[in-house]
Design a protein around this ligand. Structure first.
Ligand code: AHG
Ligand code: MN
Ligand code: MN
Ligand code: MN
Length: 335
Protein backbone atom coordinates (compact mmCIF):
# COMPACT_ATOMS: atom_id res chain seq x y z
CA UNK A 1 0.00 0.00 0.00
CA UNK A 2 1.35 3.44 -0.84
CA UNK A 3 2.07 5.85 1.97
CA UNK A 4 -0.35 8.72 2.60
CA UNK A 5 1.39 12.08 2.79
CA UNK A 6 -0.73 14.82 4.28
CA UNK A 7 -0.18 18.46 3.40
CA UNK A 8 1.17 19.08 6.90
CA UNK A 9 3.70 16.22 6.62
CA UNK A 10 4.76 17.49 3.23
CA UNK A 11 5.17 21.13 4.21
CA UNK A 12 7.16 20.16 7.31
CA UNK A 13 9.37 17.89 5.24
CA UNK A 14 10.02 20.73 2.76
CA UNK A 15 10.74 23.27 5.48
CA UNK A 16 14.33 22.12 5.56
CA UNK A 17 14.72 23.35 1.95
CA UNK A 18 14.66 26.91 3.23
CA UNK A 19 17.86 28.11 4.75
CA UNK A 20 16.00 30.89 6.55
CA UNK A 21 13.01 28.79 7.58
CA UNK A 22 11.73 29.36 11.07
CA UNK A 23 8.53 27.41 10.56
CA UNK A 24 6.39 30.50 10.02
CA UNK A 25 5.74 29.76 6.37
CA UNK A 26 4.87 26.20 7.33
CA UNK A 27 2.35 27.53 9.85
CA UNK A 28 0.98 29.97 7.32
CA UNK A 29 0.35 27.18 4.81
CA UNK A 30 -1.43 25.25 7.56
CA UNK A 31 -3.63 28.30 8.24
CA UNK A 32 -4.51 28.36 4.55
CA UNK A 33 -5.41 24.66 4.66
CA UNK A 34 -7.68 25.21 7.67
CA UNK A 35 -9.45 28.19 6.07
CA UNK A 36 -9.84 26.18 2.86
CA UNK A 37 -11.58 23.39 4.76
CA UNK A 38 -13.96 25.89 6.33
CA UNK A 39 -14.77 27.43 2.94
CA UNK A 40 -15.08 23.95 1.47
CA UNK A 41 -17.69 23.08 4.09
CA UNK A 42 -19.64 26.25 3.32
CA UNK A 43 -19.41 25.78 -0.45
CA UNK A 44 -20.63 22.22 -0.12
CA UNK A 45 -23.71 23.04 1.89
CA UNK A 46 -24.40 26.26 0.01
CA UNK A 47 -27.61 25.01 -1.56
CA UNK A 48 -28.99 23.83 1.77
CA UNK A 49 -28.52 26.86 3.99
CA UNK A 50 -29.05 30.46 3.07
CA UNK A 51 -25.59 31.28 1.72
CA UNK A 52 -26.22 31.31 -2.01
CA UNK A 53 -26.90 34.49 -3.93
CA UNK A 54 -25.94 38.12 -3.72
CA UNK A 55 -25.07 39.95 -0.54
CA UNK A 56 -26.59 43.20 -1.75
CA UNK A 57 -23.29 45.09 -1.74
CA UNK A 58 -20.69 45.96 -4.36
CA UNK A 59 -16.92 45.67 -4.08
CA UNK A 60 -14.42 48.32 -5.16
CA UNK A 61 -14.39 46.89 -8.68
CA UNK A 62 -18.12 47.56 -9.01
CA UNK A 63 -18.94 43.83 -8.88
CA UNK A 64 -21.95 42.60 -6.94
CA UNK A 65 -20.60 40.62 -3.98
CA UNK A 66 -21.96 37.14 -3.49
CA UNK A 67 -22.54 35.93 0.05
CA UNK A 68 -19.82 33.31 -0.41
CA UNK A 69 -17.31 35.96 -1.58
CA UNK A 70 -17.66 37.57 1.82
CA UNK A 71 -17.84 34.32 3.82
CA UNK A 72 -14.60 33.14 2.20
CA UNK A 73 -12.92 36.51 2.68
CA UNK A 74 -13.77 36.47 6.39
CA UNK A 75 -12.70 32.84 6.87
CA UNK A 76 -9.24 33.51 5.43
CA UNK A 77 -8.78 36.78 7.33
CA UNK A 78 -9.73 35.04 10.58
CA UNK A 79 -7.21 32.25 9.93
CA UNK A 80 -4.42 34.72 9.07
CA UNK A 81 -5.13 36.88 12.13
CA UNK A 82 -5.10 33.99 14.53
CA UNK A 83 -1.98 32.45 12.98
CA UNK A 84 0.29 35.41 13.72
CA UNK A 85 2.60 34.89 10.72
CA UNK A 86 0.87 37.55 8.63
CA UNK A 87 1.02 41.29 9.34
CA UNK A 88 -1.58 42.26 6.76
CA UNK A 89 -3.68 41.16 3.82
CA UNK A 90 -5.17 42.54 0.65
CA UNK A 91 -8.05 40.88 -1.15
CA UNK A 92 -10.52 41.42 -3.94
CA UNK A 93 -13.27 42.10 -1.44
CA UNK A 94 -11.48 44.81 0.57
CA UNK A 95 -11.09 48.30 -0.90
CA UNK A 96 -7.73 48.80 0.79
CA UNK A 97 -5.15 46.52 2.36
CA UNK A 98 -5.77 45.58 5.99
CA UNK A 99 -2.87 45.87 8.45
CA UNK A 100 -3.15 43.57 11.46
CA UNK A 101 -1.97 45.66 14.37
CA UNK A 102 -2.70 43.32 17.25
CA UNK A 103 0.22 42.03 19.29
CA UNK A 104 -0.02 38.58 17.77
CA UNK A 105 0.28 39.76 14.15
CA UNK A 106 2.32 42.95 14.06
CA UNK A 107 5.56 40.95 14.11
CA UNK A 108 4.37 38.63 11.34
CA UNK A 109 6.90 38.30 8.52
CA UNK A 110 4.48 37.88 5.66
CA UNK A 111 1.68 39.58 3.75
CA UNK A 112 -0.92 37.64 1.80
CA UNK A 113 -2.92 38.80 -1.21
CA UNK A 114 -5.86 36.67 -2.19
CA UNK A 115 -8.98 36.20 -4.24
CA UNK A 116 -11.24 34.60 -1.63
CA UNK A 117 -13.73 33.19 -4.11
CA UNK A 118 -12.82 33.08 -7.78
CA UNK A 119 -15.56 32.40 -10.31
CA UNK A 120 -18.28 33.83 -8.15
CA UNK A 121 -20.71 33.99 -11.07
CA UNK A 122 -20.59 30.17 -11.01
CA UNK A 123 -21.54 29.75 -7.34
CA UNK A 124 -25.29 29.64 -7.82
CA UNK A 125 -25.11 27.08 -10.61
CA UNK A 126 -22.92 24.54 -8.84
CA UNK A 127 -19.91 24.94 -11.12
CA UNK A 128 -16.26 24.81 -9.96
CA UNK A 129 -14.94 27.82 -8.06
CA UNK A 130 -11.76 28.44 -6.09
CA UNK A 131 -9.50 30.58 -3.93
CA UNK A 132 -6.17 32.02 -5.12
CA UNK A 133 -3.38 33.20 -2.79
CA UNK A 134 -0.02 34.94 -3.04
CA UNK A 135 2.51 35.29 -0.22
CA UNK A 136 5.36 37.83 0.12
CA UNK A 137 7.87 38.57 2.79
CA UNK A 138 7.11 42.05 4.16
CA UNK A 139 9.38 44.97 3.30
CA UNK A 140 8.48 47.10 6.32
CA UNK A 141 10.05 46.46 9.72
CA UNK A 142 8.42 43.75 11.85
CA UNK A 143 6.69 45.36 14.83
CA UNK A 144 5.35 48.22 12.71
CA UNK A 145 2.03 48.20 10.80
CA UNK A 146 2.15 46.83 7.24
CA UNK A 147 2.33 49.50 4.51
CA UNK A 148 1.21 49.63 0.88
CA UNK A 149 4.75 48.92 -0.31
CA UNK A 150 4.55 45.47 1.31
CA UNK A 151 1.75 44.58 -1.09
CA UNK A 152 3.02 46.22 -4.28
CA UNK A 153 5.86 43.79 -4.90
CA UNK A 154 6.43 42.19 -8.26
CA UNK A 155 5.26 38.62 -8.74
CA UNK A 156 8.82 37.34 -9.12
CA UNK A 157 9.31 38.11 -5.42
CA UNK A 158 6.52 35.79 -4.25
CA UNK A 159 7.65 33.42 -1.52
CA UNK A 160 4.78 31.05 -2.17
CA UNK A 161 1.54 30.99 -4.13
CA UNK A 162 -1.26 28.63 -4.89
CA UNK A 163 -4.93 27.97 -5.15
CA UNK A 164 -7.71 25.83 -3.84
CA UNK A 165 -10.16 24.39 -6.33
CA UNK A 166 -13.64 23.44 -5.20
CA UNK A 167 -14.39 21.09 -8.08
CA UNK A 168 -15.60 17.53 -8.36
CA UNK A 169 -13.09 17.09 -5.55
CA UNK A 170 -11.36 19.81 -3.54
CA UNK A 171 -7.70 20.36 -4.26
CA UNK A 172 -4.98 22.60 -2.92
CA UNK A 173 -2.10 23.29 -5.29
CA UNK A 174 0.89 25.35 -4.19
CA UNK A 175 4.50 26.18 -4.81
CA UNK A 176 7.21 27.71 -2.66
CA UNK A 177 9.45 28.13 -5.70
CA UNK A 178 10.63 24.55 -5.72
CA UNK A 179 8.13 22.86 -8.05
CA UNK A 180 4.36 22.51 -7.81
CA UNK A 181 2.49 19.95 -5.75
CA UNK A 182 -1.22 19.18 -5.54
CA UNK A 183 -3.20 17.77 -2.62
CA UNK A 184 -6.73 16.37 -2.70
CA UNK A 185 -9.00 16.77 0.29
CA UNK A 186 -10.10 13.43 1.65
CA UNK A 187 -13.38 14.45 3.26
CA UNK A 188 -13.55 11.28 5.35
CA UNK A 189 -10.44 12.27 7.33
CA UNK A 190 -10.54 16.02 6.70
CA UNK A 191 -6.97 16.11 5.37
CA UNK A 192 -5.39 17.33 2.16
CA UNK A 193 -3.34 14.35 0.90
CA UNK A 194 -0.58 14.49 -1.72
CA UNK A 195 -2.20 13.32 -4.97
CA UNK A 196 -0.29 15.26 -7.67
CA UNK A 197 3.43 15.37 -6.80
CA UNK A 198 5.74 17.56 -8.85
CA UNK A 199 3.21 18.78 -11.41
CA UNK A 200 4.73 19.54 -14.81
CA UNK A 201 2.63 21.22 -17.45
CA UNK A 202 2.94 19.76 -20.97
CA UNK A 203 4.85 22.11 -23.30
CA UNK A 204 1.90 22.11 -25.63
CA UNK A 205 -1.70 20.98 -25.58
CA UNK A 206 -4.97 21.04 -27.45
CA UNK A 207 -7.10 23.36 -25.33
CA UNK A 208 -7.62 27.09 -25.68
CA UNK A 209 -9.64 28.98 -23.09
CA UNK A 210 -10.95 32.44 -23.87
CA UNK A 211 -14.34 34.13 -23.59
CA UNK A 212 -14.98 34.10 -27.35
CA UNK A 213 -17.99 36.35 -26.91
CA UNK A 214 -15.48 39.18 -26.51
CA UNK A 215 -13.51 38.42 -29.67
CA UNK A 216 -14.75 41.40 -31.65
CA UNK A 217 -13.52 43.62 -28.83
CA UNK A 218 -9.97 42.19 -28.93
CA UNK A 219 -6.81 43.11 -30.82
CA UNK A 220 -6.51 41.58 -34.29
CA UNK A 221 -3.61 39.44 -33.01
CA UNK A 222 -5.92 37.69 -30.52
CA UNK A 223 -8.41 36.98 -33.30
CA UNK A 224 -5.60 35.62 -35.41
CA UNK A 225 -4.51 33.24 -32.65
CA UNK A 226 -8.07 32.01 -32.06
CA UNK A 227 -8.41 31.49 -35.81
CA UNK A 228 -5.17 29.45 -35.69
CA UNK A 229 -6.63 27.30 -32.87
CA UNK A 230 -9.73 26.62 -34.97
CA UNK A 231 -7.94 25.68 -38.19
CA UNK A 232 -7.87 22.08 -39.33
CA UNK A 233 -4.33 20.70 -39.30
CA UNK A 234 -3.77 17.06 -38.46
CA UNK A 235 -0.01 17.50 -37.95
CA UNK A 236 -0.51 19.87 -35.00
CA UNK A 237 -3.73 18.30 -33.75
CA UNK A 238 -5.88 21.27 -34.71
CA UNK A 239 -8.60 22.29 -34.38
CA UNK A 240 -7.97 22.59 -30.63
CA UNK A 241 -10.85 22.28 -28.21
CA UNK A 242 -12.34 25.47 -26.82
CA UNK A 243 -12.96 25.11 -23.07
CA UNK A 244 -14.04 28.04 -20.92
CA UNK A 245 -15.62 27.52 -17.51
CA UNK A 246 -15.55 31.18 -16.50
CA UNK A 247 -13.76 30.42 -13.23
CA UNK A 248 -10.13 31.34 -13.90
CA UNK A 249 -8.83 28.93 -11.29
CA UNK A 250 -10.70 25.96 -12.79
CA UNK A 251 -9.76 26.84 -16.37
CA UNK A 252 -6.14 27.31 -15.32
CA UNK A 253 -6.01 24.02 -13.38
CA UNK A 254 -7.40 21.97 -16.25
CA UNK A 255 -4.92 23.50 -18.69
CA UNK A 256 -2.03 23.02 -16.25
CA UNK A 257 -2.67 19.30 -16.09
CA UNK A 258 -3.77 18.63 -19.66
CA UNK A 259 -1.84 21.28 -21.58
CA UNK A 260 -3.54 24.38 -22.86
CA UNK A 261 -3.57 28.15 -22.91
CA UNK A 262 -5.78 30.55 -20.97
CA UNK A 263 -6.26 34.00 -22.47
CA UNK A 264 -8.03 37.03 -21.03
CA UNK A 265 -6.68 39.81 -23.22
CA UNK A 266 -7.20 43.53 -22.99
CA UNK A 267 -10.43 44.39 -24.79
CA UNK A 268 -12.27 47.55 -25.82
CA UNK A 269 -14.35 47.42 -22.66
CA UNK A 270 -11.51 46.17 -20.42
CA UNK A 271 -8.62 48.27 -21.80
CA UNK A 272 -6.34 47.26 -18.91
CA UNK A 273 -7.56 43.64 -18.94
CA UNK A 274 -10.22 42.06 -16.72
CA UNK A 275 -8.19 39.95 -14.30
CA UNK A 276 -6.40 41.39 -11.31
CA UNK A 277 -2.59 41.25 -11.30
CA UNK A 278 -1.87 40.82 -7.61
CA UNK A 279 -4.30 38.14 -6.48
CA UNK A 280 -5.31 36.40 -9.71
CA UNK A 281 -2.58 36.65 -12.37
CA UNK A 282 0.62 36.67 -10.29
CA UNK A 283 -0.06 33.63 -8.10
CA UNK A 284 -1.14 31.57 -11.10
CA UNK A 285 1.82 32.88 -13.12
CA UNK A 286 4.12 31.65 -10.35
CA UNK A 287 2.50 28.20 -10.50
CA UNK A 288 2.60 28.18 -14.32
CA UNK A 289 6.33 28.93 -14.39
CA UNK A 290 7.13 26.50 -11.60
CA UNK A 291 5.36 23.80 -13.63
CA UNK A 292 7.38 24.64 -16.76
CA UNK A 293 4.78 26.87 -18.41
CA UNK A 294 4.67 30.59 -19.13
CA UNK A 295 2.60 33.63 -18.24
CA UNK A 296 2.60 37.06 -19.86
CA UNK A 297 0.37 40.09 -20.26
CA UNK A 298 0.75 39.74 -24.04
CA UNK A 299 4.01 41.69 -24.03
CA UNK A 300 6.03 40.96 -20.93
CA UNK A 301 6.39 38.29 -18.29
CA UNK A 302 3.59 38.69 -15.74
CA UNK A 303 5.98 38.22 -12.81
CA UNK A 304 8.12 41.19 -13.94
CA UNK A 305 5.28 43.74 -13.89
CA UNK A 306 5.90 46.35 -11.19
CA UNK A 307 2.51 46.97 -9.58
CA UNK A 308 1.29 50.45 -8.77
CA UNK A 309 -2.20 49.69 -7.42
CA UNK A 310 -3.73 46.94 -5.29
CA UNK A 311 -6.56 46.14 -7.67
CA UNK A 312 -4.55 46.68 -10.84
CA UNK A 313 -5.70 44.68 -13.87
CA UNK A 314 -3.69 43.23 -16.73
CA UNK A 315 -3.99 41.14 -19.87
CA UNK A 316 -3.34 37.47 -19.23
CA UNK A 317 -1.86 34.67 -21.36
CA UNK A 318 -0.94 31.65 -19.27
CA UNK A 319 -0.34 27.95 -19.63
CA UNK A 320 1.69 25.63 -21.83
CA UNK A 321 4.94 27.20 -22.99
CA UNK A 322 4.62 26.68 -26.74
CA UNK A 323 1.02 27.84 -26.81
CA UNK A 324 1.69 31.05 -24.89
CA UNK A 325 4.64 31.75 -27.20
CA UNK A 326 2.53 31.15 -30.30
CA UNK A 327 -0.26 33.45 -29.06
CA UNK A 328 2.31 36.16 -28.37
CA UNK A 329 3.83 35.81 -31.82
CA UNK A 330 0.37 36.50 -33.32
CA UNK A 331 0.10 39.68 -31.22
CA UNK A 332 3.52 40.94 -32.32
CA UNK A 333 2.82 40.15 -35.89
CA UNK A 334 -0.40 42.23 -35.84
CA UNK A 335 0.97 45.26 -33.99
P1 AHG B 1 -14.12 36.76 -9.53
O1 AHG B 1 -15.26 35.80 -9.50
O2 AHG B 1 -13.08 36.48 -8.46
O3 AHG B 1 -14.55 38.20 -9.54
O4 AHG B 1 -13.26 36.51 -10.83
C1 AHG B 1 -13.92 36.53 -12.07
C2 AHG B 1 -12.97 36.31 -13.17
C3 AHG B 1 -12.48 34.90 -13.37
O5 AHG B 1 -12.83 33.96 -12.45
C4 AHG B 1 -13.05 34.47 -14.67
O6 AHG B 1 -12.18 33.71 -15.40
C5 AHG B 1 -13.40 35.73 -15.35
O7 AHG B 1 -13.63 36.67 -14.35
C6 AHG B 1 -14.61 35.55 -16.20
O8 AHG B 1 -14.84 36.71 -16.86
P2 AHG B 1 -15.91 36.77 -18.06
O9 AHG B 1 -17.23 36.45 -17.44
O10 AHG B 1 -15.76 38.19 -18.52
O11 AHG B 1 -15.46 35.78 -19.11
MN1 MN C 1 -15.50 39.31 -8.07
MN1 MN D 1 -11.30 35.97 -9.46
MN1 MN E 1 -13.28 36.66 -6.39
Amino acid sequence: MSKITTLNDFVLERQKDFAYATGELTNLLSDIAVASKIVNRDVNRAGLVDILGAKGETNIQGEEQQKLDVIADEAFIRAFKSGGEVCGIASEENDDFVAFEDENSINGKYVVLFDPLDGSSNIDVNVSIGTIFSIYRRISEPGTPAVLEDFLQKGADQVAAGYVLFGSSTMLVYSTGNGVNGFTLDPSIGEFCLSHPNIKSPDTGRIYSINEGNLDRCDPGVKEYVQYCREDDAATGRPYSGRYIGSLVADFHRNLLKGGVYIYPTTNNWPEGRLRLLYECNPLAFIAEQAGGLSTDGHQRTLDIVPTELHQRCGYYAGSKDMVEKSMSCLKHKE
